[in-house]
Design a protein around this ligand. Structure first.
Ligand code: 5GP
Ligand code: MN
Length: 349
């Protein structure tokens, strides 16, 4: 059930006081046995999972007993996230309640990012979208969307604070993993004083940052190290692409994964080894997911808004980090990216 849309804050501002109040009221209105379904985007990263699980643990602390956390696609989480607190709340998408009293949706800029779980929005009593993508399409009823937030977990902390939920070490670990994921461990442009202040609040609960970052970012099977060798060895540099700003790209096939006996998640960090190329502003990694289907990651160092390229090709993301699902051969997709880069550079923002 969805009622009339609430008055919306402008898409380029953070949530209004009315948005926060509506979200707080939606949670507070629940009886202790109210069913809350928390959903994050497909192929969840540290921000999606950490924001969702941190929020779920906060709701559990409030006394809510019926909580499910889920995401579309295969139900397992990647090895780096297997130590996250709150994983006991995860259920496969197929088992998620079809008519929960409240849906909370995390880090998904558009409804396509929650796949088959989209139907839960129609039958939920209330729907709150928590996100930080400027491109968020406002597909819920209540929107806590802050394009200035470095991670969705910043928005989650804001909600838990307004619900008077005290931070404990488990909640903090989830929100910290989310924050470090989306700020590139406090290296990216969104790393404001407020981000470090939030990190300080999380660390004050007794977190071990070195343990968390080793587990989440710095541990990889040896097979993945060899796989990276193959994939980085075929990287291409095109200095003339992107109007002379340069493009560097590579691809990893399903056969590469099979040859090294690796699961797909090990490729998530591959873009970081490609984007360091000094001679290119734009970097791109194509990860094959089916015969002619590829998950594409794009990064820019500043001059090019890669989210415009990704949106034009059916995806989305942020100015400096975006992605889409590409169809065809790797060469077809790179050709489409070259064309869109030229178009985006020719058209004013
Ligand atoms: P990554 O390259 O790390 O997978 O994703 C970078 C950013 O691009 C993510 O934060 C996400 O916002 C966005 N993104 C990646 N893939 C897709 C996609 O297929 N569709 C949409 N809408 N956004 C994507
Ligand atoms: Mn995020």
């Amino acid at each position: 059930m969805t009622g009339p849309a609430l008055a919306q804050s402008p898409a380029d501002a953070g949530p209004s006081g009315a948005d926060w109040a509506a979200a707080v009221a939606a949670v507070r209105a629940l009886p202790a046995d109210g069913r809350v379904l928390l959903i994050c985007h497909v192929n969840p990263d540290g921000d999606a999972l950490g924001s969702m699980l941190g929020c779920a643990l906060g709701l559990r602390r409030m006394g809510l007993r019926q909580l499910q956390a889920t995401f579309p696609g295969p139900p397992g989480v990647a090895e780096p996230f297997r130590g996250l607190p709150g994983l006991d709340l995860l259920v496969p998408a197929a088992d998620a309640w079809t008519d929960p009293d409240l849906v909370l949706c995390f880090d998904a800029a558009s409804v396509s990012r929650i796949g088959d779980l989209a139907d839960r929005l129609d039958r939920a009593g209330e729907v709150v979208v928590l996100d930080h993508h400027a491109s968020n399409t406002r597909f819920g009823r209540i929107h806590l969307v802050d394009p200035f937030a470095a991670a969705t977990s910043v928005v989650v902390e804001g909600l838990l604070d307004r619900l008077d939920v005290p931070l404990d070490r488990e909640i903090a670990e989830c929100l910290y993993v989310a924050l470090t994921t989306d700020t590139g461990s406090f290296r990216f442009a969104m790393t404001t004083p407020a981000v470090h202040e939030m990190a300080a609040r999380m660390l004050a609960t007794g977190l071990r940052p070195e343990e968390i970052s080793r587990r989440v970012f710095d541990t990889r099977p040896f097979g993945a190290v060899r796989l990276y060798g193959d994939v980085l060895g075929r990287a291409e540099l095109e200095p003339e692409a992107a109007g002379g700003l340069g493009l560097v790209w590579t691809y990893a096939t399903l056969d590469d994964l099979a040859r090294h006996g690796q699961p797909a998640y090990v490729l998530e960090a591959l873009i970081d080894s490609v984007r360091c190329t000094a001679e290119a502003d734009v970097s791109c990694v194509l990860k094959q997911v089916a015969e002619s289907e590829w998950a594409v990651s794009m990064r820019s160092k500043g001059p090019v808004d890669v989210s415009r390229v990704a949106v034009a090709l059916g995806g989305g993301g942020h100015r400096l980090a975006a992605g889409f699902t590409g169809r065809g051969s790797a060469n077809d997709i790179i050709a489409a990216i070259r064309t869109e880069l030229d178009r985006v550079l020719a058209e004013p923002e």
